[in-house]
Write a protein that binds this ligand. Structure first.
Ligand SMILES: Cc1ncc(COP(=O)(O)O)c(C=O)c1O
Length: 400
């Protein structure tokens, strides 16, 4: 019997984290790498949050807390959901965890087992299918094509639902496509879901505040309140507040599910870091005015990078409506030959060629369940984006 448990063989390391690590390793070896893989804002934690954390440490807020978060943080989470999403939760219906990712993990581990299907619209956040597999369930990818804005279509959802379906995972603004649903589009998905009361919905709203062109954010339990009793709404401070390292995510859901997640958390990480919680409390209750300022910076970068990408022969890029990624198609370079004589057959070949030839790091689309695409993050300085696009153009020009 092998030392490593079988369940671990069902999953792979997160491809986006691996690509980031590969770029970091090349940099450490002295290579001039342009890394566009990282899914975190390049801004600093807001100063009011840092000050609040210093105060919390001085006040010895450095001990274990309640497993699901301090009463103060839970109250702030409830206020956030009510204020921004029109969702009213009881104290027993919210939880804080070690990042949004732990909530995805805990929710799926608490509810998925052999025989359970989870619908995952593709392109998807890399962790969803692997966590489903780890839990013993079956991820059911549903392709959302670029000509439909990479959005799940109601008839495709209807077709994917079976008696074994337990979850639909919705993520918008989407990583990696940037797709955002309008209220009407969510309404149409909700209409399908109302016809299938055995299906629960995980709404991953982590990019809620990274939304362009004056779009308004909606989440499914807000659009159809009848779905709230079978929805978990997941959010966190990583993306909106540039607080990825503090590791605080939170969720609202029926108390039965929150209880199960808390039980699992009690036997794994216990409470999320007390200092991280103090930071998240200040982030959620303090000034919010830097959010639109940062959004405007992201939007400028988006406009620039999309324009640069669309000038490159072989590359076509749609305009993301939110989040800080572009997900261009590289269909136009497939079948071409590199100067070393190898053929670019897949998006993964293309991304490896970019790294080898130009020291340009990206993530291949197949990691997100969609081909032939690649993901660039534009959560980095404009000069870096321009240099990345120049290297991409050079790499494409060398293909024959
Ligand atoms: C769609 C999506 N959900 C969840 C997460 C996890 O975020 P965190 O665990 O930092 O809160 C990420 C991070 O990249 C993401 O892209």
């Amino acid at each position: 019997m092998s030392f490593i448990a079988d369940r671990l063989n069902r999953i792979k390391p997160s491809p986006s984290s691996m690509a980031t690590q590969r770029a970091r390793a090349l940099k450490a070896e002295g290579h001039d790498v342009v890394g566009l893989t990282s899914g975190e804002p390049d801004f600093d934690t807001p100063p009011n949050v840092i000050e609040a954390v210093v105060r919390a440490m001085a006040a010895s807020k450095t001990k274990y807390t309640d497993i699901g978060g301090t009463p103060e943080l839970k109250a702030a989470i409830r206020q956030k959901f009510a204020r921004e999403n029109g969702l009213v939760y009881d104290q027993s219906e919210v939880i804080a965890s070690t990042g949004g990712k732990q909530l995805i993990f805990n929710t799926l581990m608490s509810t998925v087992q052999a025989g359970v299907e989870v619908i995952v619209p593709a392109p998807y956040y890399v962790s969803y299918p692997d966590i489903v597999l780890l839990a013993g369930g079956k991820p059911v990818p549903v392709i959302c094509p670029p000509d439909k804005g990479f959005k799940l279509q109601p008839h495709d959802l209807e077709r994917a639902i079976t008696p074994a379906t337990k979850w639909l995972i919705l993520n918008a603004p989407n990583n990696p496509s940037g797709a955002v649903y309008t209220r009407n589009e969510l309404r149409a998905l909700a209409d399908v879901l109302l016809r299938h009361p055995h299906v629960w919905i995980m709404s991953d709203d982590i990019y809620e505040h990274v939304l362009y062109d004056n779009r308004v954010f909606y989440t499914i339990a807000q659009v159809e309140p009848e779905l709230k009793s079978r929805t978990i709404t997941i959010n966190g401070v990583s993306k909106a507040y540039a607080m990825t390292g503090w590791r605080i995510g939170y969720a609202g859901a029926p108390s039965e599910l929150i209880k199960a997640i808390t039980k699992l958390q009690s036997q794994s990480t216990s409470n999320p870091s007390s200092i991280g919680q103090a930071a998240a409390l200040e982030a959620l209750t303090g000034p919010q005015d830097f959010i639109p300022e940062r959004k405007a910076i992201f939007q400028n970068r988006r406009d620039k990078i999309v324009a640069l990408l669309n000038e490159i022969p072989g590359i076509t890029c749609h305009l993301p409506e939110g989040a800080f990624y572009v997900f261009p198609s590289c269909a136009g370079v497939l079948g071409k030959k590199t100067p070393q004589g190898s053929i670019i057959n897949t998006d993964e070949d293309f991304v490896m060629y970019l790294l080898d030839s130009e020291k340009l790091a990206a993530v291949h689309g197949s990691a997100y369940g969609s081909t032939p695409f690649f993901r660039f993050s534009f959560a980095t300085k404009m000069e870096v984006l321009e240099e990345g696009c120049a290297r991409l153009a050079r790499a494409c020009a060398k293909l024959t």
